[in-house]
Design a protein around this ligand. Structure first.
Ligand SMILES: Nc1ncnc2c1ncn2[C@@H]1O[C@H](COP(=O)(O)OP(=O)(O)OP(=O)(O)O)[C@@H](O)[C@H]1O
Ligand code: NI
Length: 417
């Protein structure tokens, strides 16, 4: 079994809005192994993107990570930070939440890289594609030749100036070498005539080609982990499939790990080794693709799978299960299973907040067992459905009015995602 590259523990992120506190990510645990694709799937508003942003520390105000650890395996980094921040080191793992902020920021690119749905969020329209990729290559090259040595301790880790250059890319190629590498990267991501295309501007690229260019830029630092948040959602189906295949090929060639975020189970089925199903800010079920697809335990997972979209005919949005994702306002989150009011198998036990149970043993796993095991945050992982303990169907009915009011608000907040 491959080693863990990332161990996320008890990660919680909240938004402190004028309307109240939103518990967007609630005590999330997951692991990402070396060289695997880990999928995070769930309906809109379930907390997938905020989870990803939390891992790379890009949550913006009024959001804040309120608890959790993000352990990243990197022996060199562990050696470098051990003296100054021993509490952030455990063997070869470093809790990136506990290292100084500039060190954490310097991991973006060479350690963690990201691609999003909209390539223009990472490409500058006024620079050629080649210049921008060369710039990313150059930034990473300098970062490598100035490693985070003990020397940096006296210089306050001195990496912020390296990062500044990503914000203000220069207008020409830094060197012939980085230009050559940019062309090489464009070729790797399947852009034909890469030397010519390198001199074109983003608007001269088609949607699929732009997506490839963004991937090239994300790969410039040779990251250990690529976080892909709905990377193909905006593309037409044939191009979607090509980009997914490209990502899978690049993953195999480079050995990097990928966290793939999507609301499309077809994408999960095509890409992922293991998967976590998110609902209302929690991972409610996780395991290998086979575990989760062939033997789902949580009624939410079963509901999702009941409407698995065909890759050739993907539904634009999953809307498989009657009812709505709760709005996640803390003062309305009761201490019960958040799916209970939509669940065909809700029992009296569901009025308590379920821990994660190991599906094999039915024992609480707390996400801290030797993972990869099949876990589910549902009492059905512990024992059989018992109709005599079923909640009456209209048990939550009285909340319907407030729910439909909230529905429109939730849509507003996540609409620009
Ligand atoms: N800036 C913000 N301010 C307030 N609430 C936010 C903010 N960003 C996200 N949220 C809330 O956090 C929750 C999780 O949002 P998130 O974007 O992670 O969902 P998602 O699963 O990625 O959905 P989608 O599939 O639509 O991208 C939602 O309830 C959302 O309303
Ligand atoms: Ni999202």
């Amino acid at each position: 079994m491959a080693d863990d590259l990332l161990r996320v523990r008890d990660l919680s992120t909240r938004f402190f809005t004028e309307d109240g506190q939103v518990n967007a990510v609630e005590s999330v645990d997951f692991d990402v192994r070396d060289g695997e694709v880990f999928g995070i799937v769930g309906e809109s508003g379930s907390g997938k993107s905020v989870t990803a942003l939390s891992v790379i520390d890009l949550v913006e105000s009024p959001g804040r990570i309120t608890s959790g650890e993000v352990w990243y395996r990197n022996a060199d980094l562990a050696d470098e930070v051990r003296d100054d921040t021993p509490e952030a080191v455990d063997g070869e793992f470093v809790d990136v939440r506990r290292v100084p902020e500039n060190v954490r920021r310097a991991l973006r690119g060479p350690s963690f890289s990201t691609i999003f749905q909209d390539p223009m969020s990472s490409l500058n329209p006024s620079l050629t594609v080649g210049e921008q990729i060369a710039e990313a290559v150059e930034v990473q090259r300098r970062a490598r030749s100035n490693p985070r040595t003990t020397r940096s301790r006296t210089q306050g880790f001195g990496l912020t100036d390296l990062l500044a250059s990503t914000v203000f890319p220069s207008r020409s190629y830094v060197s012939e070498e980085s230009r050559a590498e940019a062309i090489d990267l464009l070729e790797q991501v399947g852009i034909p005539d890469p030397a010519e295309r390198a001199d074109e501007y983003p608007h001269e690229f088609s949607g699929g080609m732009l997506q490839r260019a963004m991937i090239a830029q994300a790969l410039a630092g040779e990251p250990d982990l690529l976080i892909a948040d709905e990377p193909t959602t905006a593309l037409d189906v044939t191009i979607q499939a090509q980009i997914l295949d490209l990502l899978r090929d690049l993953q195999e060639d480079t050995g990097m790990s990928i966290v793939m975020i999507t609301h499309n189970l077809g994408v999960i089925a095509r890409m992922c080794d293991r998967v976590g199903v998110m609902y209302a800010g929690e991972i409610v079920e996780r395991g290998t693709l086979e575990d989760v697809f062939d033997d789902p335990v949580h009624p939410y997972t079963r509901g999702l799978l009941g409407s698995i979209p065909d890759m050739d005919d993907p539904a634009p949005r999953l809307q498989p299960i009657e009812g709505n994702v709760p709005n996640l306002y803390a003062d309305e989150m009761e201490d019960r299973c958040y799916f209970a009011d939509r669940c065909p198998k809700a029992m009296e036990e569901c009025l308590d907040h379920p821990p994660e149970f190991d599906v094999e043993t039915g024992e609480p796993s707390g996400g801290r067992t030797e993972t990869g095991e099949h876990g589910a945050r549902c009492v059905l992982a512990q024992h059989e459905y018992d109709p005599s303990r079923a909640l009456p169907e209209d048990y939550f009915r009285s909340e319907d009015d407030t729910e439909s009011e909230r529905e429109s608000q939730t849509e507003e907040v996540s609409a620009d995602d």
